[in-house]
Design a protein around this ligand. Structure first.
Ligand code: MRU
Length: 358
């Protein structure tokens, strides 16, 4: 996989502008928090794990210009001001998009660095925060490959797979979750083909998944979202693989709008429905999917595309960006710790239980 979605380079964030794909591969250089916030909001960078990395890097952008008094006696005071400053940046970044919990988990990790080092001065804290953000980045690369290897076992030989939105390299640092499974299966020599749902309104499936799968030499067919039922009825789908933005303690899973449709259809046609997501996508503080905040986006996204109208402007529009798939519709959740099967509440808890030393 030769796609590098986001990175920290020369003191700023460099990311692929995904709003320009598949037409142009261009990069945005974010040198301040506001530019990064806007890139997140308009989906130049998107996908739950990539949002986690972006948020961690956003904190680094926000602390660049903070300078303490420099004097030793003022050290404690500076630390306090610095800590408040990090809180403020994190609160601001947290307003960018509400559903992907990876973004919030990354911010929590960054803030925890300050609590864990009560004796560190501002310069030391800056170094420690940089280390933490780079750890979030590196972990994503490792975890995606682990998930890919676990998930590849679920890819039937000669299988025809269906996916939605983009849960690939472009949604992570460089490999992907649901598409990572496909990259791993391909590397292991498995033969399979992929159907990608277009994914209205912003076409992440058509624009991003197809772009990435074709670059990787994977046999790919694009379908409109409303064709999935027919394909399943025709016996042309053997498994569905989707990513996730937030998974509740009972396994209910929020992902791109339209994922729930596929899960219902898969159940009806007795096709396995797999979710692929790292631990940072789990929100064990909430019991079920009803508590997952669902982003609603602008009516403009539904009213037109590429500058052309797709509906009369005066119509009312409803545009939720995500839906929630009930755990009962999910066959298994692939994580970096292994494959979790029902009963999800019990098995998720067991999978992520901190290991006790004896
Ligand atoms: O609105 P987006 O493009 O950020 O939505 C992304 C998705 O729904 C992905 O499937 C999800 O974040 C998982 S990405 C590995």
């Amino acid at each position: 996989m030769s796609i590098q979605t986001i990175r920290w380079t020369n003191g700023h964030v460099k990311l692929i502008d995904q709003t320009k794909l598949p037409g142009k591969l261009v990069y945005i250089h974010c040198r301040d928090v506001k530019t990064l916030w806007q890139a997140i909001r308009r989906l130049s960078v998107r996908g739950a794990p990539a949002l986690g990395v972006a948020a961690a890097f956003g904190v680094l952008l926000g602390i660049k210009s903070f300078s303490g008094s420099g004097s030793r006696s003022r050290n404690r005071n500076d630390r306090k001001r610095f800590s408040k400053h990090v809180e403020r940046i994190s609160d601001y970044l947290a307003t960018s998009r509400p559903t992907a919990v990876n973004l919030f988990n990354a911010l929590t990790r960054m803030k925890a660095v300050i609590q864990r080092h009560p004796g560190a001065d501002v310069a030391q804290l800056k170094d420690l925060l940089k280390k933490e953000a780079l750890a979030v980045y590196e972990e994503d690369r490792t975890l995606c490959r682990k998930m890919g290897d676990f998930g590849a076992r679920l890819v039937p030989s000669g299988g025809r797979l269906l996916t939605v939105c983009n849960a690939g390299a472009l949604a992570t640092v460089d490999y992907g979750t649901a598409l990572g499974v496909m990259y791993s299966a391909k590397a292991k020599g498995k033969k399979f083909q992929v159907y990608s749902c277009e994914t209205r309104p912003l076409l992440q499936g058509a624009r991003l998944t197809v772009w990435e799968l074709l670059r990787s030499g994977i046999d790919t067919t694009l379908i409109c979202d409303n064709m999935a039922a027919t394909l399943m009825k025709q016996g042309k789908i053997d498994a569905v693989f989707a990513g996730a933005d937030r998974i509740a303690a009972n396994g209910d899973t929020a992902n791109k709008i339209g994922t729930y449709n596929l899960a219902v259809l898969a159940k009806h046609h007795r096709i396995p429905f797999y979710v692929v997501a790292p631990q940072s996508t789990f929100d064990l503080s909430i019991a079920g999917g009803k508590q997952i905040p669902i982003e609603e986006r602008s009516r403009e996204e539904v009213l037109g595309f590429g500058g052309r109208p797709t509906a009369p402007r005066q119509v009312k529009v409803y545009n939720p960006a995500f839906d929630v798939t009930d755990n009962a519709l999910i066959t298994a959740i692939v994580t970096e710790k292994g494959i979790i099967r029902p009963p999800f509440r019990k098995n998720i808890k067991r999978t992520f239980r901190p290991k006790t030393k004896d």
